[in-house]
Design a protein around this ligand. Sequence first.
Ligand SMILES: [Zn+2]
Ligand SMILES: [Zn+2]
Length: 148
Amino acid sequence: MRELAGMTPPITGRCLCGAVRYVCSAPPFWSVNCHCRACQRLSGAPFVSAFCVSVEAFAFEGETRPFRRPSDAGHEVTTWLCAACGARMFAESAGATGHMNIFASTLAEPSAFKALSNVYLAEAASWIAPPPARFNFPRMPGPPDEAG
Ligand SMILES: [Zn+2]
Ligand SMILES: [Zn+2]
């Protein structure tokens, strides 16, 4: 979509300590601010921003460790963290196989990111206003199943 045109491959990023690095060879096809309670608890922040690419266009290096939880729809969601610094890097859902969700704050150039959507606005923190986005959903609107 036009809003994502600023993210031109190769799209790169890394964790805080630099042990985990990734590259996307295709532009994202979707992006979100996720305001769900799971993302809040996992990140310590009121919401997380992520973009979605095909797994075929995604590669990373460095040691990661998984954290697994069920989504609202009952699919296993795996979030990958840097094994050294604990930074939350990317996530995938059994309900949306073939998609990798990458957390936008890990980008080398985060200013290129734009969220097309807000999801889980029903669970949004009371102390901030959700950023403007073209699509706004009270919960998860369907595939991709989970942002994180
Ligand atoms: Zn790290
Ligand atoms: Zn979430």
